[in-house]
Design a protein around this ligand. Structure first.
Ligand code: ZN
Length: 188
């Protein structure tokens, strides 16, 4: 790597240490031409294997773009998108693999997106999983409702209260279904 000051192509490593909990190595270098010092960092580049067999570096912006499209018209901020993309990257990196198939990146998006906005989640899942009929949507919505119920039960148990008869109707998540009718440009 060229010296950032004089562009000399050669430098000497004077110190080397792991950084970021072992995920990176930092090297202190000294330019053998001008003598100035600089630091370089070496990290594993997380690669994504596409269906075509080609690989490309993992790109958080790409996650944000894909999810932003599913979030059109939804109350989701750019900050929330950035946090989601970070969660996806952390989840994938925590597996400790240098390369992941692209469909696993999509899978890793589903959970955090469901937590963020269920309508956006349904849009994303419909494209990502290739929903073909209303039945597919209905099944997904049923699964979301079951999760709501489970979460409500867990919360009630945690509060030390006995949950009465679940009404299962008139719940706020009903709006998810109605909003699905809104037009949304599917991912190309
Ligand atoms: Zn130099």
């Amino acid at each position: 790597m060229y010296c950032p000051y004089c562009r000399h192509p050669d430098s000497r490593v004077i110190d080397s240490r792991t950084a970021e909990d072992g995920a990176a190595i930092r090297r202190r270098r000294s330019c053998s031409e001008c003598g100035r010092r600089f630091t370089t960092q070496e990290t594993v580049i997380l690669m994504v294997a596409k269906r075509s067999g080609a690989t490309e570096p993992f790109n958080r912006d790409k996650i944000v773009r894909g999810v932003r499209r599913a979030c059109q018209g939804r109350p989701v901020s750019e900050d929330q998108l950035a946090i989601l993309a970070q969660r996806v990257e952390d989840a994938i990196r925590s597996r400790g693999l240098g390369e992941v198939p692209s469909h696993e990146v999509g899978l890793a998006i589903l959970g955090p997106l469901r937590d963020l906005d269920e309508v956006a989640y349904l849009r994303f899942a419909s494209v990502y999983r290739g929903f073909e009929s209303l039945t597919d949507f209905e099944e997904e919505i049923r699964a979301l409702r079951a999760q709501h119920l489970q979460a409500a039960r867990a919360a009630a148990e945690e509060a030390g209260e006995a949950l009465g008869q679940p009404d299962g109707d008139g719940r706020s998540d009903r709006s998810s279904h109605d909003d699905m009718a809104a037009s949304w440009p599917p991912a190309s």
